[in-house]
Design a protein around this ligand. Structure first.
Ligand SMILES: [Fe+2]
Ligand SMILES: [Fe+2]
Length: 334
C-alpha cells in the first residue's frame, strides 16, 4: 500500500478514559441525534410474506442467496464501524463521533438481522448449515461460501491497515461505501414488488442516508488537516471501495476478490431469479447508472475538500487515474 513507510507514526496513547462530552462536530451531533428519532424495529414487519409456500424452490434460494450476499457487506460494516467506535474512544475523539460510530454499528447489526430473518423464513439454515437439494442450490451455496471465505482476507487487511495508516485516513475513508449503500437501497425500495422488502429497504435507506451524512462530516473534519499526499490516499480508498463492493454493486473485481471463474455467471442467474420473485434486484445496467449518479451527486462536495474523485471507467465516472494493485489491502467498509 502506498504511503506505508512515510506514514509511520509514533505509537499512539490509546485509552478510552478519561473520555469527554465535547461536541465539536455539529453535523455529526445532528446525525447521531437523528438516530433516536429514526429508530425502527424489524420484528414488527410482515415476515410471513416470505413464507416458503409463497415461492418455488428457485425463488426461495435466489432470494436467500441475495440476502446472504448482502449480509457479507453488512457484517463488514459491523466489524469496521465497531472497531472504529472503540478506536475513536481510545483516541479521545469528540463525543458524538464516538457515539455515531457505535450507532452505525448497531444499524449494520439491524441490517444483518433483516438478512437473517429473510433467510430464516425462505430457507431455514441458509447458508451456514444448509444442505443443497439440487445443482441450482449447490451453485448458489458455493458462491456464498467462496465470498465469505474470501471475506477473511478483507478483515485481516482492515485490521493490519490500522497499524500503518494514520487513523484519520481510515476514518476519512469510511464515507465512500455509504454512498453505495444508500444508492442500492434507495433504488431497491422502489423496484421490489413485495411489501416486506419495500418496508425494510425504506428503513435501511433512511439509516444509510444518516450514515452518509455522518461519514461525510467525519471526512470534512479530517480533510482540513490533510496533506496533498493524504488526500490522494482518500482518492485511492474510494477506488478500493468500488472494488470491495463490486460483487454487490457491479461484478466482482479480481484486483481484490479471489472468486471462482464462474462466480459472476452464477451470480447473474441468482439475481435474475431473485428479481423475478419480487426482491427488486437491479440489473447490471441499473447498478451502473445508479452508482454513477450517486457518485456524481457527491462529486462537488468531495472536490471542495480538495479531494479528487477516482476514475471508475466501469461506471463511466471520470477522474484521477488510480491503479489498485492485485491483493492491495482494502481498508474501506460498507
Ligand atoms: Fe447497512
Ligand atoms: Fe451503512
Amino acid at each position: 500500500m502506498p504511503g506505508k513507510d512515510k506514514n509511520k507514526r509514533p505509537k499512539l496513547d490509546l485509552n478510552i478514559f478519561p473520555g469527554n462530552w465535547t461536541v465539536t462536530n455539529q453535523q455529526m451531533f445532528k446525525a447521531f441525534d437523528l438516530s433516536f428519532a429514526q429508530n425502527w424495529n424489524p420484528a414488527t414487519f410482515p415476515w410471513d410474506e416470505l413464507d416458503q409456500k409463497n415461492f418455488d424452490s428457485k425463488e426461495r434460494i435466489a432470494q436467500a442467496y441475495w440476502m446472504s450476499k448482502l449480509a457479507l457487506f453488512e457484517k463488514s460494516g459491523i466489524g469496521a464501524f465497531g472497531f472504529g467506535a472503540v478506536r475513536a474512544a481510545e483516541l479521545n475523539m469528540d463525543d458524538p463521533t464516538k457515539k455515531m460510530l457505535a450507532s452505525i454499528t448497531y444499524d449494520e447489526c439491524r441490517h444483518d438481522e433483516v438478512c437473517r430473518r429473510a433467510c430464516d423464513k425462505l430457507c431455514p439454515n441458509w447458508p451456514y448449515g444448509y444442505k443443497p437439494q439440487s445443482d441450482f442450490e449447490a451453485r448458489a451455496l458455493r458462491n456464498i461460501q467462496a465470498l465469505y471465505d474470501d471475506g477473511r482476507r478483507y478483515w485481516e487487511g482492515f485490521l493490519k491497515a490500522w497499524e500503518y495508516l494514520p487513523p484519520e485516513i481510515l476514518f476519512a475513508g469510511f464515507f465512500f461505501a455509504e454512498i453505495g449503500a444508500e444508492t442500492i437501497f434507495n433504488a431497491m425500495r422502489q423496484t421490489s414488488k413485495l411489501g416486506i422488502y419495500q418496508q425494510t429497504f425504506r428503513n435501511i435507506t433512511r439509516d444509510e442516508t444518516r450514515h452518509l451524512v455522518a461519514t461525510m462530516a467525519l471526512l470534512r473534519a479530517m480533510a482540513e488537516k490533510f496533506t496533498e499526499e493524504q488526500k490522494l490516499t482518500i482518492t485511492r480508498q474510494m477506488k478500493q471501495g468500488f472494488i470491495f463492493l463490486s460483487p454487490l454493486l457491479y461484478q466482482h473485481k479480481p484486483e481484490f476478490w479471489h472468486l471462482p471463474a464462474d462466480f459472476d455467471k452464477v451470480d447473474q442467474e441468482m439475481e435474475e431469479a431473485a428479481r423475478d420473485a419480487g426482491l427488486g434486484v437491479l440489473t447490471l445496467e441499473e447498478k451502473v447508472k445508479f452508482w454513477r449518479e450517486a457518485i456524481e451527486k457527491k462529486r462537488s462536495e468531495i472536490e471542495e475538500m480538495g479531494i479528487k474523485v477516482p476514475a471508475i471507467p466501469e461506471l463511466g465516472v471520470e477522474g484521477e487515474v488510480v491503479q489498485v494493485k492485485k491483493n492491495e489491502t482494502i481498508a474501506t467498509s460498507f
